[in-house]
Ligand binder design. Structure first.
Ligand SMILES: NC(=O)c1ccc[n+]([C@@H]2O[C@H](COP(=O)([O-])OP(=O)(O)OC[C@H]3O[C@@H](n4cnc5c(N)ncnc54)[C@H](O)[C@@H]3O)[C@@H](O)[C@H]2O)c1
Length: 267
């Protein structure tokens, strides 16, 4: 019996990286998974992998920035499987052109800011709104968001990204508070640097070496590390978790910023 046996899950951004690993893991744990992604081919490939392993999945091409498509996503899960237990809001536009614009205070603009707010924050909140009536009817439900270490402290780049993830943290707590008494749990995951296609697009080898230095672990993160936490949070074992951020970050957030320098000095 899997840890998510007979549950129905929607995962956005599931055609790649953290979302893909979570979709594969959820399916292995017995969930039926709606693999939602802007990249339809990516989503279909993940469902093919799920089915190859004997699991159940459904690929859905959707742009989370479009409200009507979020409704279609939830409706499709209900029409196909008759119920919905888990909504994992994970999609994020990792387009390098937008990231480059966002990386400089003088080039990031309203368009980048609003697009990121729409995709990273509002999309998850609206998806939760569409999913909520189904969850409330059952008296239980799990909503997850992928946050970021960028949400926790100041940055010198990505002037929209960090702000959107900080807003995600607020909604994690607020949805938990608003619906917790009715059996709905909402939690967020704060990854460290995770080796995904999205991350490989912007991180140079020198940056990866520097990032590794900052983690209190012998390696950078893997998408499967986040999938493992998502599986726990989505499962009934996590029944008493609500409104919290779970760091799966190789310890990058547990020390003062001086540690890499001190460690070198001590060598
Ligand atoms: N990789 C890391 O180091 C890292 C660290 C912290 C947080 N995160 C977060 O993890 C999440 C997943 O990132 P990843 O590293 O796996 O990236 P990724 O690029 O590998 O995957 C992101 C997926 O989202 C999809 N997507 C993009 N825009 C979309 C849209 N409008 N509608 C639907 N799908 C869309 C992409 O097609 C892609 O399949 C993101 O929320 C990201 O902010 C990642």
């Amino acid at each position: 019996m899997g840890r998510l046996q007979d549950k129905v899950a929607i995962i956005t951004g599931a055609g790649s990286g953290i979302g893909r690993a979570s979709a594969l893991r959820f399916a292995r744990e017995g969930a039926r998974v709606v693999v939602a992604d802007l990249n339809g081919e990516g989503a279909a490939a993940v469902v093919a992998e799920i089915e190859q392993e004997g699991g159940v999945g459904l690929a859905l091409t959707i742009d989370v920035a479009v409200e009507s498509q979020l409704k279609t996503m939830v409706d499709t899960a209900i029409d196909t499987y008759g119920e919905l237990h888990i909504l994992f809001n994970n999609a994020c536009n990792t387009d390098p052109v937008m990231s480059k614009k966002d990386s400089d205070f003088f080039t990031f603009d309203a368009e980048v800011f609003h697009h990121r707010m729409q995709t990273n924050v509002l999309a998850g909140v609206l998806a939760a709104r569409f999913a909520m009536p189904h969850m409330l009817e059952r008296g239980s439900g799990c909503i997850l968001f992928t946050s970021s270490s960028s949400s926790l402290k100041g940055e010198v780049a990505q002037f929209s990204y960090g702000a959107t993830k900080a807003a995600v943290n607020w909604y994690v707590q607020t949805l938990a508070a608003t619906f917790g008494k009715q059996g709905i749990r909402c939690n967020g995951i704060v990854p460290g640097v995770i080796r995904t296609a999205g991350m490989e697009m912007w991180a140079t080898d020198a940056m990866k070496d520097a990032f590794l230095d900052m983690h209190q672990s012998p390696r950078l993160g893997l998408p499967e590390d986040i999938a493992a936490m998502a599986t726990f949070l989505a499962s009934d074992e996590a029944a008493f978790t609500n409104g919290a951020l779970y760091y799966v970050d190789g310890g990058i957030n547990c020390t003062t910023p001086m540690v890499p320098a001190v460690r070198k000095f001590l060598q």
